[in-house]
Design a protein around this ligand. Structure first.
Ligand SMILES: Nc1ncnc2c1ncn2[C@@H]1O[C@H](COP(=O)(O)OP(=O)(O)OP(=O)(O)O)[C@@H](O)[C@H]1O
Length: 231
């Protein structure tokens, strides 16, 4: 039984619709994420995966439908409260990790802690522990441009998890990596998320990546077509 089987989901989208101009990216998409669950959202290009992730993460507001997180309506929260909640409870990783190029790996991971008020020494110590978990502690003094794609993505994941979020949103986190680097990144993500009890919403078009999830939902034309168990 997966940890996502609890009666009340941690995060739930109901009947979401969202248009970008005249393109209807979401047309009644509903999805639930349990605490500690790893959920893969799959589907062909343009099926609405990223838009769904953005709505669930409170980055984009849906046109209609609801997003409920830990009992509160995310889609109705005022912007200030929403950004506080995103900082405290959510971590995000995109296809190209979006690390800050001028900072070392260690300082990139320490930054969210420092922004939350942790002093630099403690933040760097904790950042080092997270780099260790992702197998890139040895690269801590390198800048993103000096790392391989896989090392940079593992650093981005360490940065997303260092603040202890309840949910990590990962949009094609291995989209730019070869198969070996994908395996290393996904193994590290699944292992550390399970250890920390962090839920992960994983957007991917790659079956190799979806196989790391507890469950998969497939989007077709902005709505969920198939929901099932992958593992
Ligand atoms: N900012 C935007 N402006 C206009 N159209 C957009 C915008 N973002 C997404 N779309 C359109 O909305 C639809 C859904 O896009 P979305 O990025 O959510 O799909 P996706 O499944 O993540 O695609 P991909 O796998 O190619 O990233 C597509 O037709 C896309 O072209």
């Amino acid at each position: 039984m997966s940890k996502g089987d609890s009666a009340v989901p941690l995060l739930a989208a109901r009947e979401l619709t969202k248009a970008h101009g005249r393109t209807e990216a979401l047309r009644g998409a509903s999805v639930e994420l349990g605490a500690g669950e790893i959920l893969a959202v799959t589907g062909t290009s343009g099926s609405g995966k990223s838009t769904l992730l953005h709505c669930l993460a409170g980055i984009v507001r849906p046109d209609a439908g609801s997003v409920t997180y830990a009992g509160q309506r995310l889609d109705q929260l005022p912007e200030k409260r929403l950004s506080e909640l995103r900082r405290s409870d959510f971590g995000v990783v995109f296809q190209f990790g979006q690390l800050i190029p001028e900072l070392t790996a260690l300082d990139n991971v320490a930054l969210p802690l420092m922004l939350a008020g942790t002093d630099r020494g403690d933040a760097r110590a904790r950042a080092g522990e997270w780099l260790e978990r992702f197998g890139v502690r040895g690269q801590g003094e390198l800048r993103p441009g000096e790392m391989s794609g896989g090392q940079a993505q593992r650093t981005a994941l360490a940065r997303a998890l260092v603040t202890g979020p309840r949910v990590v949103f990962a949009d094609e986190p291995t989209g730019a990596l070869d198969s070996l680097a994908t395996e290393q990144v996904m193994t590290a993500l699944a292992h550390t998320a399970r250890e920390a009890g962090t839920a992960v919403l994983l957007v991917t078009h790659d079956d190799q990546v979806a196989a790391y999830a507890d469950r998969e939902v497939r989007l077709t034309d902005g709505a969920v077509a198939v929901a099932g168990v992958t593992a």
